[in-house]
Design a protein around this ligand. Sequence first.
Ligand code: SF4
Length: 322
Amino acid sequence: MQYLNDFSHIYVEEDIKNNPFTKEILSKFPKAEIIEIEHYKDKFNPYSQNFRAQKNSQKLILAQKEPPFLYEASDLIQKQDKNFLYTTPMLNCIYDCHYCFLQGMYPSSNVVLFVNLEDFFDEVEKYLKTHNNLFLSISYDTDILAVENIFGIAKKWIEFAKDKPLKIEIRTKAVNVEKLPLNENVILSFSLSPDEVVSKYELKTPNLNQRIKAIKKVIAKGYKPSIAIDPIIKIPNYKKIYKEMIDKIFTEINPKDIESIIFGTFRMNSTQFKTIKKSLVSDLMYYPYKIENKKVLYEDDKEIIEYFKEILSNYKEKLFYV
Ligand code: SF4
């Protein structure tokens, strides 16, 4: 697998070197060079790093998350519940999407995995003592399913969410869903793009057919997944291409089996956009954009949203968009 080569070096915080989960992960990389560090930020935060260069050979950092564990989501994402929060069991991603905000958010593209999952779970339990419910997105600053075969974090969260007033959303482009246990409190949210977008802007990710196949597999298991068409990218002829994709999806999948359809145009915090533009070579950074409330948006973003509302109008009650 591609990512096993990437983790040729693993940095481990001294305080968690004896954590059983740390040991389990290290045992999967017998050839990796293990380097002890005091704190993950010593390795991750220095601004002299080159995000794009590191992306070609990502290293793994095993660390301990400190509070806070739960975060309010920004207005750039579609909130599917009023008690909507997100958490970060991992930072960064093995995929390489040109439009990914993480490129502008972190100085390093190395992957940080927090091994103290129990502390995340304790925080969620605490939150649930004072609130009726929680909708928690756990794959926001990463794609945790992309590395599920080595870390198995999604499975642990799925098991944790059982019998709690808790909905967990796992947003993903990955397709390795075979080992996921069923839990109706979990929404697997598959991000779908036409292959024209996948091949040019979503590097290292599975193609559209593979993702549709994964959706069918989880439906057969008993899941009711969501579909995320987000971000919509204005490739040439995009209206026709996205319409054909939506037709294809619902020829293969019964809309009744889908929980919700989430969509949104390309958008990004303007500071992150500026940072990314300095190092990413991609025509994506050079469309005619406008800046509104510190967000970079397509000039005709509202028209695009209207178009998608129209072509998705058969599924009106399932739509969430920004
Ligand atoms: S899959 Fe998501 S988190 Fe990963 S690179 Fe793409 S946009 Fe970023």
